[in-house]
Design a protein around this ligand. Structure first.
Ligand SMILES: NC(=O)c1ccc[n+]([C@@H]2O[C@H](COP(=O)([O-])OP(=O)(O)OC[C@H]3O[C@@H](n4cnc5c(N)ncnc54)[C@H](O)[C@@H]3O)[C@@H](O)[C@H]2O)c1
Length: 330
């Protein structure tokens, strides 16, 4: 039985608490939040106890921590959990600073801790199936990976100011998916970006519309496009084109019902945002972590290294957008 302490009882902490509580191999023991009432409410839903972050770190009856606090706390909480002998599942991103990720991974390595990073899209059943067929050779040698990711509506400009910018906050998931599908590291990144959706996002120093091209040492290419707005819902698609064909994963609609009439065909809207679209992915992700901890697998994926590589690509894209030049990635 893996006994969990959840750090952060916000949007994502609630999703993960539900999965922990519903897995027979796990137990939700404690919940901590900077706002005690939030911890109390979430703990009460599943018969857990509210506690402070420090108490969870020190607790002998906690085997694993789930870090769902705001990004700025992830690195220090990973380090504290590692130094206290806990297994760690941490939400993306590890940190907005590559330096800090290096420092954190050194601590994790020294303590031989189990660390998994919350790049949930790898666990989406559709994308996981695409990747599995890709690895079995369905399209031959990979030539171009295309990832399209559009949010239904932009966040408030205030959120954008503390987010690290679109490439680090939003496209980070797509950098991870592009690496996951390509199976080879990218060595150069070229980014374009504009504020076309909300002028306030541009005034806050960020973009809401972006396209990135990346290339591996062997010449394979990935193209990612992002928008902070899509009038038709949460647009999440990917394609891999190769020497023998093309694999594509399309959007998931609210239902499979379509209206056909003389004007054409009308499908239901696509699922609106991440909590609906990736509900199954979040559960699969955390259940994978629980199985890894239970079976003594100390290297579940996506790993801390995957977190580091995605962050490097996000930094390179940010620099490329600012300088107008392609940026090499080491
Ligand atoms: N993988 C995904 O798809 C996904 C989706 C949403 C959020 N996230 C990530 O999860 C993290 C949290 O995002 P959210 O949307 O749930 O935010 P949120 O604001 O809804 O929740 C964060 C919670 O953490 C609490 N908190 C603040 N400081 C804390 C601390 N030091 N220790 C413990 N708790 C603290 C806040 O009071 C709040 O209740 C972010 O890093 C975000 O990038 C990932």
């Amino acid at each position: 039985m893996i006994r969990f302490g959840v750090l952060g009882a916000g949007r994502i902490g609630k999703v993960h608490a539900r999965t922990i509580a519903s897995n027979p191999k796990a137990k939700l023991a404690y919940v901590a939040d900077a706002m005690p009432k939030a911890a109390e409410d979430l703990a009460a839903m599943y018969g857990a106890k509210p506690a402070t972050v420090d108490a969870i770190m020190a607790a002998k009856d906690v085997d694993a921590v789930l870090i769902g606090s705001p990004t700025g706390f992830h690195a220090e909480q990973i380090q504290a959990a590692s130094n206290n002998g806990k297994a760690i599942m941490c939400e993306k991103p590890v940190s907005l600073s590559v330096e800090k990720i290096h420092e954190t991974l050194k601590v994790v390595e020294k303590n031989k801790s189990t660390l998994m990073i919350g790049f949930n899209r790898r666990f989406d059943p559709h994308f996981a199936e695409l990747e599995s067929r890709l690895r079995k050779g369905a399209v031959g040698a990979i030539e171009i990976v295309t990832v399209i990711s559009r949010d239904p509506a932009p966040p408030p400009a205030d959120y954008v100011k503390g987010s690290g910018g679109l490439y680090r906050d939003m496209m980070i998931h797509d950098f991870d998916m592009a690496r996951f599908l390509m199976g080879e590291e990218f060595v150069v990144v070229n980014a374009l970006g504009s504020a076309l959706v909300d002028k306030a996002i541009g005034e806050a120093g960020d973009v809401d519309t972006a396209a990135v091209q990346m290339q591996t040492a062997s010449g394979r290419i990935a193209v990612i496009t992002n928008s902070r707005r899509a009038t038709y819902g949460y647009d999440q698609r990917m394609e891999v084109h190769g020497s023998k064909g093309m694999l594509a994963a399309r959007n998931v609609h609210n239902t499979t019902v379509e209206l056909h009439n003389a004007e054409g065909t009308l499908a239901d809207p696509v699922q609106n945002f991440f909590l609906e679209r990736y509900g199954q992915a979040y559960a699969n992700e955390l259940n994978t972590f629980i199985t890894a901890v239970e079976s003594g697998n100390r290297d579940p994926r996506p790993s801390g290294f995957d977190g580091l590589q995605a962050q490097k690509l996000a930094d390179a894209a940010t620099e490329s957008w600012k300088t107008g030049k392609p940026v090499k990635v080491s």
